[in-house]
Design a protein around this ligand. Structure first.
Ligand code: 5RP
Length: 219
């Protein structure tokens, strides 16, 4: 099955968590784009959605879903987002689309986080996918040196500026056997805005689409 078809299947399966009139948090990326398309096609009426990026805000407007500011919304019952890598326990690497900071905020403000992925992203140990870290521009070189000291090889995602006006370092050659410890250590480097490791607040449910259909973890 084509990866995009798997993304579509995972996105459709996430609809079982959605109720009419709900206020949703919505992430960013090609899998989430399928989720927004499915909401539109099924004509599911929501109170509105809190968006994690400008790209998602555009799609929400196109789908006729009202967008709310997180500051006006309070805690959200449900957040739906994709990931770049995931363990079966819901620990994630995110930020391939450079939206990790707002994604982490919306995930933190949500009671339930449902992560939708295709099965190529399910791993035993995180780190084969380079870990995105959003950094204040003037701190880029300093943060990179600190990340080398933590055992990684940071590469500046040249030309990319986040929705918050910051830069991204993608950290290669990590084997994240203790993701909570790494998230905590990297978070403490001055100049780091957000670490794209979602270990302290991971997903509550993973929806994984593969050739054999869709699985939910935990069931
Ligand atoms: C964006 C993200 C995305 O969720 C992640 O990159 C997955 O994207 P896609 O669904 O396109 O594979 O974290 O910052």
């Amino acid at each position: 099955m084509h990866p995009q078809e798997k993304k579509r299947l995972a996105a459709e399966a996430a609809l079982e968590f959605v109720e009419e009139g709900m206020l949703l948090g919505i992430g960013t990326g090609s899998t989430v784009n399928e989720f927004i398309a499915a909401l539109k096609e099924r004509n599911i009426r929501l109170e509105g959605a809190v968006s994690s990026s400008r790209a998602t805000s555009k799609l929400l407007a196109g789908a006729g879903i009202p967008e709310l500011e997180l500051n006006c919304a309070g805690d959200l019952p449900l957040y739906v987002d994709g990931a770049d890598e995931a363990t079966r326990h819901g620990t994630l690497i995110k930020g391939g689309g450079a939206a990790l900071t707002r994604e982490k905020i919306v995930a933190a403000a949500s009671k339930r986080f449902v992560c939708i992925i295709d099965d190529s992203k399910l791993v035993e140990v995180l780190g084969a996918y380079p870990l995105p870290i959003e950094v204040i521009p003037m701190a880029r070189s300093y943060v990179a040196r600190q990340l080398v000291a933590l055992g990684g090889q940071p590469v500046w995602r040249d030309g990319v500026v986040t929705d918050n006006g910051n830069v991204i370092l993608d950290v290669h050659h990590l084997r994240l056997t203790d993701p909570v410890a790494f998230e905590t250590a990297a978070d403490q480097i001055a100049g780091v805005v957000t670490v794209g490791l979602f270990a302290r607040r991971g997903a509550d449910f993973l929806i994984v689409a593969g050739d054999g259909g869709v699985r939910r973890l935990p069931p």
